[in-house]
Design a protein around this ligand. Structure first.
Ligand code: ADP
Ligand code: MG
Ligand code: ZN
Length: 553
């Protein structure tokens, strides 16, 4: 029997395994249920394709993406590997012949959707097949904690248990945070010892966050000019924004096309093909674009609207630089986008627990956009890993000093905590800086503790610090029109001295040049003469002197 290494070279034409691949394949061949967490483009497919070739029977691949199934089946067949897919696009009369092939051992890989696998009759048909491995792609869809929950995934385990061959289970995902991993493990009977988690650090990616008030379109135009000739994806969160941005950029002379799920399939395919074939350098797209798309030379991914969660963000951003060459991932951060996501959640009829999870995800995006920490560090920390500062991201390259504001943050958080989340920002700032506000005394009566600990802070400064603590996730605002300030778990960790708070030194407010008119010496002399004149008149006529020509005397 050839080795996995030999198949890698002879069948797939690759020299060596990528990180994690060899271990996953090894475990799978040892019949150990395995969870493989590897970044997008990390080469997850080979982790089941190679065992499929080494195993006797058939490998069942569960994938939610029809397009991806088709691409993979086509690619496998081109490599001479017998593979097929069963999903809603396959005509009914073709299903049985495919199953018969599998039954006769003429098929190595059979791709199915989770919805198909949930059907009882299909489950019955599968009991006749020699299935020795079941690979579950995009396994995070099984978890409510994931960013892409698919109910049909919940029924997978029941379907697997009905298979008389007791196949080995291999779950694969690019985006599992620690709670998602645990969930996958529990639902698919994969012990944590069998998790193979490769590094999430992308050493060739430079992350960048751009804050308002930079005007978006101007920024994007300049960015594209600076990256002329490079392939890039610009993401926006609605079809309308995608279309109007694409149109605007076309007007500006850029070679760009729009892509979203509302377009005719043939138009979408044309745009995608042109992009993949390097005939079209730029695409403006919703998140409908990119799943399973394998273009190695994308030099940048620019999010024109803030992402909804860091899982999606990392996955989308990760489409840049798959070839390992230096690439950028830029996010134009808009607090309003996140506000809007929040609003949609508020309006949705999703249950409380689900909403809480989603709120926490939004908060993580806000923290990412506002942290002074290395952005790469912040992202991999979200996925439960650690890495040294990258030295490439916009925070690592930010030359402003970082100050430790733990002491003042603690005071503020303590105040918020003691007020039990009943007051808005302004009142908290007042109390913390020692103001004895009438309203506060009314509410608190004699019990108002007299805070006076931020004496060298103005209320405006305290206000800004609260904003910062909210943005970075130590405090949170709750309630619609008049939100109250509350302490988050991370904020509590600050209170207990377990976490420090850093902030970039506030930039000095820059005076707008135009607001201060410049006087020429001639004008100044003229004004002075006029003032003198006015005073003389005032003396003579007994009217008060006032300055009429300049407010800068
Ligand atoms: P994922 O599913 O993890 O996002 P894929 O399985 O689609 O990634 O693989 C991404 C690309 O990397 C594919 O073009 C694949 O052929 C290629 N690839 C996978 N493994 C290797 C390897 N060991 N060496 C070189 N290229 C590889
Ligand atoms: Mg994949
Ligand atoms: Zn960095």
């Amino acid at each position: 029997m050839p080795s996995a290494q030999a198949i890698l070279q002879t069948v797939f034409g690759y020299e060596q395994f990528r990180p994690g691949q060899a271990q996953v394949i090894q475990q799978v061949l040892n019949h150990q249920n395995t969870l493989a967490v590897m970044p997008t483009g990390g080469g997850k497919s080979l982790c089941y394709q190679i065992p499929a070739l080494l195993n006797e029977g058939v490998t069942l691949v569960v994938s939610p993406l029809l397009a991806l199934m088709k691409d993979q089946v086509d690619a496998l067949r081109q490599n001479g590997i017998p593979a097929a897919a069963i999903n809603s696009t396959i005509p009914k009369e073709e299903v049985n012949p495919i199953l018969r092939q599998a039954y006769e051992g003429k098929l190595k890989l059979l791709y199915v959707t989770p919805e198909r696998l949930a059907m009882e009759f299909f489950q019955y048909q599968l009991t006749f097949l020699p299935i020795d491995l079941i690979a579950i792609d995009e396994a995070h869809c099984i978890s409510q904690w994931g960013h892409d929950f698919r109910p049909a995934y919940r029924q997978l385990q029941a379907a697997i248990e009905k298979l008389p061959t007791h196949p080995t289970v291999l779950a694969l995902t690019a985006t599992a945070t620690p709670p998602v991993r645990q969930d996958i493990g529990e639902q698919l009977a994969i012990p944590a010892a069998n998790f193979v988690i490769t590094s999430f650090t992308r050493d060739n990616l430079a992350f960048k966050v751009v804050h308002p008030p930079v005007p978006d379109r101007q920024y994007i135009v300049q960015y594209l000019q600076a990256h002329a000739g490079e392939a890039g994806i610009i993401y926006a969160n609605t079809r309308k924004k995608v279309e109007s941005l694409a149109e605007y950029l076309q007007d500006q002379g850029f070679d760009v096309a729009a892509y979203h799920a509302g377009m005719a399939p043939e138009d979408r395919a044309a745009v995608q093909d042109a992009f993949l074939a390097d005939q079209l350098p730029l695409i403006v797209a919703t998140n409908a674009f990119g799943m399973g798309i394998d273009k190695s030379n994308v030099r940048f991914v620019l999010h024109a609207t803030s992402a909804e969660n860091l899982e999606s963000y990392y996955q989308e951003a990760g489409r840049a630089g798959r070839d390992g060459l230096p690439s950028e991932a830029v996010m134009l951060y808009h607090p309003n986008d996140l506000q809007q996501y929040r609003w949609f959640l508020d309006q949705s009829d999703a249950d409380e627990a689900y909403r809480e999870v989603q709120y926490a995800k939004l908060q993580a995006v806000t923290s990412y956009a506002n942290t002074p920490q290395c952005l790469q560090q912040n992202l991999v920390a979200y996925f439960g890993q650690e890495c040294p500062p990258c030295g490439r991201c916009s925070n690592c390259l930010d030359e402003r000093e970082v100050e430790d504001v733990t002491a003042v943050a603690r005071v503020l958080i303590a105040v918020v905590d003691e007020l039990h989340g009943r007051f808005g920002k302004a009142l908290v700032a007042q109390i913390a800086t020692g103001s004895t506000n009438q309203r506060v005394r009314e509410v608190e009566g004699d019990q108002l503790p007299h805070y006076n600990q931020l004496t060298d802070y103005s209320q405006a400064q305290a206000n800004r610090l609260i904003d910062y603590l909210v943005a970075t996730g130590y405090l949170m605002l709750e309630g619609g029109q008049f939100p109250v300030v509350k302490v988050t778990p991370t904020g509590r960790a600050v209170l207990h001295g377990q976490v420090t708070v850093q902030r970039r030194v506030e930039p000095r407010p820059v005076k707008k040049a135009a607001a201060v008119p410049v006087e020429t010496p001639e004008q100044a002399a003229l004004f002075e003469r006029l003032r003198q004149k006015r005073r003389e008149l005032a003396d003579e006529q007994g009217v008060p002197a006032f300055v009429i020509f300049s407010d800068r005397t």
